[in-house]
Ligand binder design. Structure first.
Ligand SMILES: NC(=O)C1=CN([C@@H]2O[C@H](COP(=O)(O)OP(=O)(O)OC[C@H]3O[C@@H](n4cnc5c(N)ncnc54)[C@H](OP(=O)(O)O)[C@@H]3O)[C@@H](O)[C@H]2O)C=CC1
Ligand SMILES: Cc1cn([C@H]2C[C@H](O)[C@@H](COP(=O)(O)OP(=O)(O)O[C@H]3O[C@@H](C)C(=O)[C@@H](O)[C@H]3O)O2)c(=O)[nH]c1=O
Ligand SMILES: [Mg+2]
Length: 319
């Protein structure tokens, strides 16, 4: 099977290169035409719809895995056009193409499609109500995929971090090395989720979705219609188990980093309220996502978020 991986330089995209490899021929793209590490790959600006169309026609993938997105939550408030181009128009275009040839689109969305007023973990069909431009653009992307009628897997994840890329864990380690005290909000609750777990689960789900009845396709031809098990497609929450808040996450990062020898001394983490940490975009106060549907459909359950922190800190620690 031929897989087109968009956004291979992102946190999740980078991990997907490895996790998708056993499934077939992975064609990766980045904005620069280079993969992390320096190897060449397809170079494309995904905001250029003409270029995207030409790429799809050239590659004719059996599945498109879209790990590219506009993820700057605060900046999105002032760059709505850029956010919507990547997070809404692009997935809509990919889905429209997939729908015409029974290709499957694997895509990611976010807990920020919710307003955070829930009192129990969100289920996939709970009402959405994004608080900001980023969340609205991601929701528009989900809707565009469903409207196009493409076979799809949309994984809603949250609080993604990894040993590389831009994320809260790396920000904390950087600031923690500079400051004695860090003030971190303690009234936004959710589950920090390692990019590697998302990529591994994505590959397993994608493999399961391939219809057992489908014949193996030659590398250069799209697989036959009904190559996917439609009953397994749809929208799924994909997050680490358990509940955290940003201040708890920070404390855990520093405790593990200290134990692993990544830091000589840990800063003091002062829990504060959201009102004491003003940001351009509003964020949901509660964004736990219920993993039951993923578990029931694919038998997949991610470990507790604390295990993720241990793993990622371990990756960064000196050998
Ligand atoms: N990060 C998070 O906390 C969360 C993320 N998600 C979702 O998960 C998915 C993966 O997120 P994550 O891995 O963290 O994202 P990253 O921000 O780490 O990666 C996004 C990638 O998209 C690429 N990209 C953006 N614009 C363009 C463009 N115009 N042309 C080509 N490439 C482009 C970026 O390229 P470049 O490297 O060149 O900038 C980057 O590599 C996204 O759909 C995101 O919305 C969901 C919940 C939480
Ligand atoms: C750096 C810092 C942040 N914070 C707060 C701000 C915010 O409420 C929270 C997290 O800040 P960040 O900017 O890292 O996180 P943010 O960019 O909001 O993260 C989100 O990204 C998008 C892409 C998603 O889809 C979401 O699931 C979520 O992961 O921590 C502090 O309280 N103290 C600090 O020193
Ligand atoms: Mg951010």
């Amino acid at each position: 099977m031929k897989l087109l991986l968009l956004g291979a330089n992102g946190q999740v995209g980078f991990e997907l290169q490895r996790s998708l490899a056993p499934l077939g021929n992975v064609i990766a793209t980045t904005r620069s035409g280079r993969l992390p590490g320096g190897a060449a790959c397809v170079r494309i600006d995904l905001a250029d719809a003409g270029a995207v169309d030409a790429l799809l026609r050239e590659i004719e993938p059996d599945a498109v895995v879209n790990a590219a997105a506009y993820t700057a939550v605060d900046r999105a408030e002032d760059e709505a056009d850029a956010a919507f181009a990547l997070n809404a128009a692009l997935p809509g275009q990919l889905a429209a193409w997939c729908a015409t040839r029974d290709a499957l689109l694997l895509h990611y969305s976010t807990d920020y499609v919710f307003d955070g007023s829930a009192t129990r973990p969100y289920r996939e069909d709970d009402a959405t109500a994004p608080l900001g431009v980023y969340g609205r653009s991601k929701l528009a992307g989900e809707d565009a995929i469903r409207d196009a009628g493409a076979l799809h897997l949309i994984f809603r994840t949250a609080w993604v971090y990894a040993a590389r890329g831009q994320n809260f864990l790396r920000t904390m380690l950087r600031l923690g090395a500079e400051r004695e005290v860090l003030r971190v909000v303690a009234d936004q609750r959710g589950a920090p989720t390692p990019a590697r777990w998302i990529a591994s689960a994505s590959a397993l789900a994608l493999a399961r979705c391939r219809s057992e009845a489908a014949p193996d396709s030659p590398d250069d031809a799209p697989i036959a219609a009904r190559a996917w098990d439609e009953a397994l497609t749809g929208t799924f929450n994909l997050v680490a188990d358990g509940e955290s808040h940003w201040s708890d996450f920070a404390e855990t990062i520093f405790a593990d980093a200290l134990a692993a020898g990544l830091l000589e001394r840990a800063p003091r983490v002062e829990p504060i309220g959201t009102l004491d940490y003003p940001t351009r975009a509003a964020r949901p106060a509660y964004s736990r996502l219920d993993g039951a549907k993923l578990r029931d459909t694919f038998g997949l359950r991610l470990p507790d978020w604390r295990e993720g922190v241990r793993q990622v800190v371990g990756e960064l620690a000196p050998a």
